[in-house]
Design a protein around this ligand. Structure first.
Ligand SMILES: O=P(O)(O)OC[C@H]1O[C@H](OP(=O)(O)OP(=O)(O)O)[C@H](O)[C@@H]1O
Ligand SMILES: Nc1nc2[nH]cnc2c(=O)[nH]1
Ligand SMILES: [Mg+2]
Length: 159
């Protein structure tokens, strides 16, 4: 599937992400997890912040790739785990079509699966998420962006 399905951008700053993680953690703090399984690579960043808030030190990974920038390809699972997820918190940055989530759910059916952001197609596959984002929006994460000069509006309009 190609990038043409994305018509808008939903840009998340580091500050916003950090605030969102802390908000999600308020909903998780009462639960006792054995550890976190982060879905690489996007899940690693929220997983580290969640681990800090919930005082979790044991962190494992499921290594999986599905997109080449905005283009969805086949799922490439490079590393799994040797348990069914019972008592573990499974973390990804987002769920979009749900293809990644479906594959990871099969590997870890008993894990509590959370994402920071969820689009409608993938939403039913996770147990909890913080913010819903429209299906046609591309979520732009801070680690994929940089700070750049922006021309004053008056100069842009002169052209
Ligand atoms: O619901 P889906 O349509 O499957 O898309 C969601 C997945 O896509 C992104 O990962 P990506 O494959 O781009 O790899 P990355 O985490 O290394 O950026 C994102 O981090 C999710 O894991
Ligand atoms: N950064 C990013 N990766 C994705 N992978 C699947 N959907 C998305 C998205 O909206 N943003
Ligand atoms: Mg990912």
């Amino acid at each position: 599937m190609s990038s043409e399905r994305y018509h808008q951008h939903f840009t998340i700053s580091w500050d916003q992400l950090h605030r969102d993680v802390r908000q999600l953690c308020h909903q998780l703090i009462e639960r006792d997890f054995k550890g976190i399984v982060a879905i690489t690579r996007g899940g690693l960043i929220p997983a580290a912040l969640i681990a800090r808030e919930l005082n979790i030190r044991l962190i494992d990974t499921v290594c999986i790739k599905s997109y080449d920038h905005m283009d969805q390809g086949g799922l490439d699972i490079m590393k799994g785990v040797d348990h069914d997820g019972d008592g573990w918190l499974l973390v990804d940055d987002l769920v979009d079509t749900g293809k990644t989530a479906r594959a990871v759910r099969e590997m870890l059916p008993k894990a509590h699966f959370v994402t920071m952001y969820a689009k409608p197609e993938g939403r039913p596959l996770v147990d909890q998420y913080l913010t819903e984002v429209a299906q046609q929006c591309w979520i732009q994460f801070p680690w994929d962006m940089g700070i750049a000069y922006v021309e004053p509006l008056a100069d842009q309009l002169k052209k």
